[in-house]
Design a protein around this ligand. Structure first.
Ligand code: 3PG
Length: 210
């Protein structure tokens, strides 16, 4: 599959990509299983904790899961994410070194953009799927609706400030397949291992398009 096909599959799998920040590697498997059981197969593990790469490695083989590495900021993180078993990467913005690294290390990328110029630059590199970040702070669903006019060929995954309350306004737009958010599995629920509650939240998120 091409990078584009993989990112398209990741974004089309469910209306929400949970953004996961995991401190303890032992939490990774039950957490990922809880989310997949709730109907959310695409998972973004942020590289913001010491345990993140080990967490990716621990869940990479879970049946039905599409495991990605988020908060990619450097070329070496791209290399590490690929080595850990990530099938895709997500970056809050995009730099030339990240763009070169995902080609070199063969990691499909959902790169971040927040303006028409950034989105157009990424389009020149062939990125027709982009993360729109930080979504609420840069204009939310209204901004994305405006971008759909001149740039209808770009599918955005908005993240940053998305909640169960505002998710539907994004998902109703023609240029959105899914949103990303940390609300499905907040740190507080992960720390007490409340996997059942997380599956519940995943079910509600998976049903957002129905
Ligand atoms: C990210 O980590 O990409 C987003 O900042 C997540 O945003 P949220 O915590 O507002 O969902």
């Amino acid at each position: 599959m091409s990078h584009l096909d993989i990112i398209s599959k990741v974004c089309a799998a469910a209306p929400v990509i949970p953004i996961l920040t995991i401190d303890r590697v032992e939490d990774a498997r039950p957490l990922a299983q809880a989310l997949v059981a709730g109907g959310l197969p695409s998972l973004e593990i942020t590289l913001r904790t010491e345990a993140a790469l080990d967490c990716i490695a621990a869940i990479a083989d879970i049946d039905g899961a599409l495991v990605g590495a988020g908060t990619l900021l450097t070329a070496s993180q791209v290399q590490d994410a690929k080595a850990a078993g990530a099938v895709f990467g997500v970056s809050p913005g995009a730099t030339t070194s990240i763009i070169n690294a995902v080609q070199k290390f063969d990691l499909p990328l959902l790169p971040g953009s927040a303006t028409a110029t950034e989105a157009m630059r990424l389009l020149e590199y062939g990125f027709t799927y982009q993360k729109f970040f930080p979504a609420e702070a840069v204009g939310g669903a209204a901004a994305l609706g405006s971008l759909a006019g001149p740039l209808p060929q770009i599918i955005f995954c908005p993240t940053g400030g998305i909640s169960p309350e505002n998710a539907k306004s994004y998902l109703a737009l023609p240029n959105i397949l899914c949103v990303g958010g940390s609300w499905i599995a907040p740190k507080a629920l992960i720390s007490i291992g409340d996997w059942e509650q997380i599956t519940q939240r995943a079910r509600l998120a998976a049903a957002l398009l129905q």
